[in-house]
Design a protein around this ligand. Sequence first.
Ligand code: TRP
Length: 362
Amino acid sequence: MTSSTPPSPPASKASATYQAALERSDAIAARIRTNPEEFKMLTGERPTGALHIGHYFGSIANRLKLQSSNVEILLILADYQVITDREVAGDIRGSVRDVILDNLAAGIDPDRATIFTHSSVPALNQLLLPFLSLVSVAELQRNPTVKEEATTAGITSINGLMLTYPVHQAADILFCKANVVPVGRDQLPHIEQTRVVARRFNDKYGATFPEPSALLSEAPLILGTDGTKMSKSKGNVIELRMSADETAKKIKGAKTDSERQITYDPQSRPEVANLVQLIALCEGGDPYAIAEEIGDGGGGGLKRRLTDAINTHFAPLRARRAELSADPAIVDDVLARGNAAANEIAEATLDEVRERMGMTYP
Ligand code: TRP
């Protein structure tokens, strides 16, 4: 791709799309409470390393809520997406294990959730070919999230897999005919792309796929210990699997400010507010009240309380994780079962797609 990409849609159009997605999301959240059996949820992530507390409050907590309301869950570890925006993929197999351990330790039940890696499911990947025929290059080049990720990763030349990964993601979602996908706002362009692919396929070849909706989590934005976006590469994350001591050390180095009186003021004191918010999430309390309780305890008081809050809240998860990781056969078995189940689903869908497209042969 050349460096001159078409501009993103104007803000008004983007926010109209956002409003529509938000309304659909609210309607679905309400419907899930009364009719969970109508929903099949596909949730996914890139296996780029062990998960941190931002992932926990941003997506795992939401997953657990859905699991307890009896929605069918598939969890895809999008390993091919790891190689879209980085030169060195790192230890993908190790990251897959870590992400699965984190999810299991958090309470995702492998007897109810299908956990799989997309490179293990050839029929899923094959859906990419017909799907790509339904999407224009200009559309791909307009995707704001792809552009933003390229900028963040410092990429000047976007590779073909990166350009097309939103369509790959459509295959991740549509192969199992999921109708709901819990995501953050940054993923909305991909869900929109998935809806477009489903619609165009259905129009062209006959009704085959549902148009899935995003389920937008109310998850707060959690910053790293330096007050910028949590990101492994910046060393500002608190991983779920960290020990109590490692957690304490990480928090000790967190950025605060020089004011002794602790307040909850995300606008003018974002770093302090972030730490207060984390306490509130772990303890289940109100951030304003927590800030008042810490009062003039300063950065030291704030950090002590946060260290306790995190270590207490995640102690059971950490203990379970240690148990699970002691026996490598546990993750192997979860993945083997998940991959087998995903392959069965994908092959059935691909057969149906071949049928619809008139591509069945002896
Ligand atoms: N693109 C998602 C991310 O970067 C990960 C992902 C891959 C995903 N496939 C998916 C999310 C399917 C939801 C559905 O976080």
